[in-house]
Write a protein that binds this ligand. Structure first.
Ligand SMILES: Cc1cc2nc3c(=O)[nH]c(=O)nc-3n(C[C@H](O)[C@H](O)[C@H](O)COP(=O)(O)OP(=O)(O)OC[C@H]3O[C@@H](n4cnc5c(N)ncnc54)[C@H](O)[C@@H]3O)c2cc1C
Length: 167
């Protein structure tokens, strides 16, 4: 290992040359298409808009998360925050999540796993094979919808494979 410095709040793309040379291997967890400068085209991502509301009632939905999948309802879920930590306030705070296409500056939250994008992703995967110095991981590096348990299991498997390979 060439460096053990931890730097937070930095964007890899702001100084690629520097980050590419501080370690012999890179774990990249950003967007795989951006990593390759969108050479093959842009992958689509879905973003979200969050709408927060304070309600003067003890409980709105009695549960931390309620999903909505009806076409007529514009949001996909409502989070009621106090139920995560058993809050006892007289009021409650909720957040509605509205799906949004990705606009400049927005966060790419989810992949769009349709045929066009999956084909494009497999081409990026082939490109990735030409960079053995880079491990592509996480929801953006693998262009995958991952729940937390998938993300953690995937990270542990990746680490195990890397450690075994270096023995
Ligand atoms: C809105 C939302 C709600 C979710 N709700 C649930 C849920 O209820 N239950 C559940 O199980 N899962 C949920 N998930 C899924 C879960 O949160 C994710 O799958 C998980 O956090 C993915 O972890 P990750 O490490 O792959 O990616 P991330 O958590 O996105 O981590 C990637 C890291 O890479 C860094 N990074 C990216 N690009 C760059 C760059 N250019 N330079 C430097 N650093 C960079 C980011 O800063 C970040 O720290 C939700 C996800 C979202 C988006």
């Amino acid at each position: 290992m060439k460096s053990s410095v931890v730097r937070l709040g930095v964007n890899y793309f702001d100084d690629r040359d520097c980050f590419d040379h501080i370690a012999s291997k890179i774990l990249f967890t950003g967007c795989i298409d951006e990593f390759f400068d969108y050479n093959l085209g842009r992958l689509a991502y879905r973003s979200l808009r969050f709408e927060h509301e304070r309600l003067e009632m003890e409980s709105y939905q009695g549960n931390a998360v309620v999903n909505y999948n009806e076409a007529a309802i514009p949001f996909t879920r409502i989070i009621e925050h106090k139920h995560f930590d058993f809050g006892t306030q007289a009021f409650t705070l909720i957040t509605r999540e509205y799906p949004q296409p990705l606009s400049p500056g927005a966060e790419p939250y989810y992949p769009v796993n349709d045929d066009r994008n999956m084909r494009l992703f497999s081409q990026y995967k082939e490109l990735a094979a030409s960079r053995p110095d880079v491990i592509f991981g996480g929801r953006l590096g693998l262009y995958a919808y991952l729940d937390m348990d998938d993300a953690i299991a995937g990270a542990m498997e990746l680490a195990l494979n890397e450690l075994n390979a270096s023995l």
